[in-house]
Design a protein around this ligand. Structure first.
Ligand SMILES: *Cc1c(COP(=O)(O)O)cnc(C)c1O
Length: 318
């Protein structure tokens, strides 16, 4: 269970470890959506994504451990490595042999060890579990953990402090730690607020699970919103139930719609975001999300996109 008290305690705990990110109004999206649209610029967070909030809260809550570990090479691994360094804890990020050299270097630049093990993500994860079992490391998972959810929830408090009359929050959705935390914070303070989750059509595990009424596996497909890929865990304990209880609706986007959102944010708003963070803008452009019932906040969740990839997307036709 996670409560508003847990989220407020997390906010106090991670102050000084994370930035308060800015909000700005998007004139062009406001015009398209028929009401005020605000951008919560969490892609300007340290490590380039909101995941530092959850990782910092979880790591700061640990008692005496030998270190922290995980098997994510994406935004969560980066966040955990950064938080561990801030707290003076050793971090071992387990990766498979398939992970490219530049990602290994990025992890090691944050002071963590990138431990190359096995030929798949599953084998890398097995090593993280072994470290937990045998070497007294704490395994900090990317979303399905109360301290991680509470940390992500601090974004909900921050958004409502910055835009007190927000009517709708549009939140990128994958494993659901972000949506669960933000929605719990926001609805505890403002029960009338609407929470919209947005995923890609290609391989959205939470969407498939909600439809099935229980956590299910989906085939993982390549998508521009790479940070939204991956499963929710068949043994999901927290985020599935919280998303089911707290989310008002769910929007799915095609790859072209996500790309259009990314291009719009770059050209019209001057913001460089990764695909996962472009889904709110993409949904407005696709006519799937409006702001007529009051101010709409788009959560720009991360900015970690390869610059060459971003440039290539901008070069492609609209
Ligand atoms: C992890 C991530 C998400 C999704 O968060 P969940 O808690 O897994 O739903 C969205 N955007 C970015 C940039 C992320 O790194």
């Amino acid at each position: 269970m996670v409560t508003l008290d847990d989220i407020e305690a997390a906010a106090g705990r991670i102050r000084g470890m994370v930035r308060e990110t800015s909000v700005k109004r998007s004139p062009s999206l406001t015009e398209l959506a028929g009401g005020d649209v605000w951008l919560k610029c969490e892609h300007h967070q340290q490590t380039g994504a909101f995941k530092l909030r959850g990782a910092a809260n979880a790591a700061a809550r640990l008692g005496r451990v030998a270190g922290v570990t995980t098997a994510s090479t994406g935004n969560h691994g980066r966040a955990l490595a950064h938080a561990a360094r801030q707290l003076g804890l050793p971090a071992v990020i387990c990766v498979s042999r398939l992970v490219p050299q530049n990602k290994l270097e990025a992890i090691e630049a944050l002071g963590a060890e990138a431990r190359v093990i096995g030929a798949s993500q599953d084998e890398a994860f097995e090593e993280a579990r072994r470290l937990e079992r045998e070497e007294d490391f704490a395994l900090v998972p990317p979303f399905d953990h109360a301290d991680v959810i509470a940390g992500q929830g601090t974004l909900g408090l921050e958004i409502l402090a910055q835009i007190p009359d927000a009517a709708t929050l549009a939140i990128p959705l994958s494993g659901g730690g972000l949506l669960a935390g933000v929605a719990l914070a926001a609805k505890s303070l403002r029960p009338d607020i609407r929470i919209i989750g947005i995923s890609m059509e290609r391989g959205a595990a939470m969407a498939a699970s909600l439809k099935a009424g229980r956590p299910v596996e989906v085939e993982e497909l390549e998508t521009l919103a790479d940070s939204l890929g991956g499963g929710i865990g068949l043994d999901n304990r927290l985020t599935f139930g919280m998303c089911r209880a707290l989310m008002d609706s769910l929007i799915l986007l095609t790859e072209a719609e996500i790309a259009a959102g990314l291009r719009h944010l770059a050209r019209e708003d001057g913001e460089t975001v990764e695909g996962a963070a472009a889904v709110g803008a993409g949904a407005i452009l696709a006519g799937k999300l409006r702001a007529e019932s009051g101010p709409l906040v788009l959560l720009l969740s991360g900015g970690n996109i390869d610059p060459a990839r971003h440039a290539a997307l901008l070069g492609e036709e609209t």
